[in-house]
Every structure is written in C-alpha cells, then in structure tokens.
Design a binder for this molecule. Structure first.
Ligand code: NAD
Length: 356
C-alpha cells in the first residue's frame, strides 16, 4: 500500500511513520510544510529506508498537491498536518483557520478529483483518513460523562473550532461526493519527540534546567492521556480495517488532573536523575501556578469502546509505564531537545505564562 501522510514531521505523524516503516511493508510519502513544529530529526531512525520518502509541501497549495497526487498515486491519505497548539491559536488564530480549515478543504478537493479518476477497483480501496481531536466535543466539566462518537460538537478554542470545521468538511465530502473517508478523534497524546511547548515535555525540560514549572490556574484540568505509539497503532488499524464513513474515538482510559501529571513527572525525575540543578531541593518546589488560559476546558474523557470492539484495539501502555518511558527518552535524547529548543522556540516561550 502507498500511503500519503500529511504532517509526518510532527509529533504524532512521525510516530505513525516510524510505526509503519518498522512494522509493516507499506510505502510512505511524508508531505509536510516544516513549520516550527515539523522536525525531520524525529524520523532519523527510518529515513534511509527505501519505502520512505519526504516532500516539503503546504496543504494550502492546491497546484502542488495535484502534482504530488499525480506523481505518487497514493492508495491512502492520512491527514495529520495541522496547527496544533491551543495557546498559539489564542494569540494568533489566522494560521489555524488557514491550515486546519482551508488546507483541509484544498486537500479534500485534490483527493476527490484524484479519486474520481481512479479505476473502479482502486476507487473502492482508496481511503481518506482525517485525524482529529476530542477537543471538538467541548467541556465535560461537572459531569462524569464520556465523549462518544455521538456527542454533539461544542468547541471552545480557535484550535478546536478549526478542527471541528475540518471534521465537518470531511463528513460533507463523504456524504455529498462519496469520498471514502474515516475520522478519528483522539485524546491528549504524550511520548517521545513531543515539542516542548506542550505540558509534559515542557515540565520535564524545565525541571531539568531548574526553571519554574508553569501550571495553569489551580492545575485541576482533567485530560485523558494516551501514549503516542498506542495512537499510531490505532490509526493504522482504522485506516486498514475501519468502516468507510465512520468515526472512531481513541483514548487511553487515563483521566488525570494536570497537577497530578506534574507531580508524577517530578517524582520520576527524583528517581531517575541523580544531580539536581543548583538550588533545587525537590522538583516539586519549582511548581509555579500561572494565570489560566482563557476559555480553558476543564475536563475531557473518551469512551473508546467502539474502536476496542470493532477493531480490537487497546492501549498497551498504562499512564505510569508510558510516562516512565517518556521521561527516560528525554533524558537520553538531549541532542534532539537542544536542536528543537534553539531558534523560534526561545522567542515564543519567553512570552508565555504570566504569574497569577
Ligand atoms: P504537530 O504540531 O506536532 O505537527 C503538525 C505537523 O503539521 C508539523 O510537522 C507541521 O510542520 C505540519 N504542518 C503544519 N501546517 C502545515 C501545512 N499547511 N501543510 C503541511 N504541513 C503542515 O501536531 P501533532 O501533535 O502531531 O498532531 C497531529 C494531528 O493530530 C493534528 O491534526 C492534531 O489536531 C491531531 N491531534 C493531536 C493530539 C495531540 O495530543 N497532540 C490529539 C488528538 C489529535
């Protein structure tokens, strides 16, 4: 099978590509614009494999997309390219509208025209898999409910609203034009190669440098954490075995408050790191509560029973085992971290997190 994967230089896309190249026989074309979040070093372990290719391209550029589809002739598209960071969507929503909505529209149109030109057999096996987030469902604050595939959309941030829009476009391209689509909505991912603007890598790396550990509000927001390699396996199951037109929720059964996550990282560091930065008695002493994000959703939680029953997928990692692997990975991969943290990241991070 020839897979065209958008956003394959990002956190989840690179995990999907590593999974496929290492464990399957498929061919992959990674199509990525290489924004600040794209990093080809995350693919160093597989990038000399003859089944892997990379092309730098913007999903908003329809002419380039047409050329790429015509030359590569994909059997499957897995669409992960997106602007993905909620804080950035609040300070600068334009890029989110452009990439997540307009870019998804351009990709759908090019895919639809390409698909319409395929012979009947290839038309039937073609799939367009759109990768999305549980944030489209909104906030579960004050309830014990879980998000199901039937939960109505109620996005809160420019990021989640742009992802909700893209999900609607994908469903419309299926219903109106018959494009064979699949949609997945997943909870918060964590794991190796995660850009350090996101909570878990930010806390690990700040702690190692003896810097404050910023926690929004009181740290009582609840997220349902999933190890990124479990997500990558789930996505491959959906794209190879999922039913056309269906949505699958993906989650890890790991509801944790942010403050619990931060404490767990501090405790792992106490165990794994011998020399603390100067002046640090306990990593927890570095915790620093900061002004909450506007419109911050309090609780997300996923009912993943459909993908478990229909596709026999379950997460392999518990939160404890996945977090231990993640912390150890950051301790062992300082070269990747140093490259990622140079340049644009420094400017951005210096403007974040006002004290309460
Ligand atoms: P990421 O920010 O790490 O990676 C995004 C990738 O997309 C980057 O490599 C970037 O260069 C590329 N990209 C951005 N704009 C592009 C454009 N216009 N054209 C081509 N490439 C472009 O994101 P991620 O965390 O890997 O998330 C991947 C997908 O999964 C996103 O669609 C996101 O909404 C979704 N998702 C993420 C999570 C999570 O916890 N990270 C959870 C559920 C769903």
């Amino acid at each position: 099978m020839k897979l065209l994967i958008t956003g394959g230089a990002g956190f989840i896309g690179s995990a999907v590509i590593r999974h496929i190249i290492k464990n399957k026989q498929d061919h992959v074309l990674n199509m990525d614009k290489l924004t600040y979040a794209g990093n080809l070093e995350s693919l160093n372990s597989i990038d000399t494999n003859a089944r892997y290719q990379f092309i730098q391209a913007d999903i908003c550029d329809a002419d380039h997309l047409k050329q790429i589809f015509a030359q590569y002739q994909p059997d499957v598209v897995m669409h992960l390219a997106a602007e993905s960071h909620v804080d950035r969507s609040i300070s600068g929503p334009a890029a989110f509208i452009e990439t997540n909505i307009v870019g998804t529209y351009q990709l759908l149109e090019v895919a639809r025209q390409y698909w319409a030109g395929l012979d009947q057999e290839r038309q039937q096996s073609f799939r367009f898999h759109h990768i999305s987030t549980d944030e489209v469902y909104g906030d579960l604050e004050g309830t014990t409910d879980l998000f199901t595939e039937q939960t109505p959309y109620s996005p809160s941030s420019p990021y989640s609203a742009s992802k909700a829009s893209s999900d609607h476009l994908v469903r419309a391209w299926h219903r109106t034009y018959g494009l064979p689509v699949l949609i997945t909505n997943c909870s918060n991912n964590y794991g190796p190669y995660h850009f350090p603007e996101k909570l878990i890598p930010l806390i690990i790396l700040n702690a190692l440098e003896g810097k404050p550990l910023p926690v929004y509000g009181k740290g009582n927001q609840i997220r349902d954490w999933l190890y990124v390699e479990d997500h990558a396996r789930a996505l491959y199951s959906v794209v190879t075995q999922g039913q056309i037109g269906e949505t699958y929720n993906i989650g890890g059964h790991n509801e944790k408050q942010n403050i619990e996550v931060v404490h767990a990282i501090c405790e792992l560091l106490e165990e794994l790191v011998l020399n603390k930065p100067q002046g640090v008695a306990q990593y927890k002493d570095l915790i620093h509560f900061v002004q909450d994000r506007p419109g911050h959703d309090v609780r997300y939680a996923i009912d993943a029973s459909k993908i478990q029953q229909d596709l026999n997928w379950t997460p392999e990692e518990t939160f404890e085992s996945g977090l231990r692997k993640t912390v150890q990975w950051y301790l062992d991969n300082s070269a990747w971290v140093q490259h990622v943290k140079s340049g644009e990241y420094q400017n951005w991070i210096s403007q974040q997190y006002k004290a309460q």
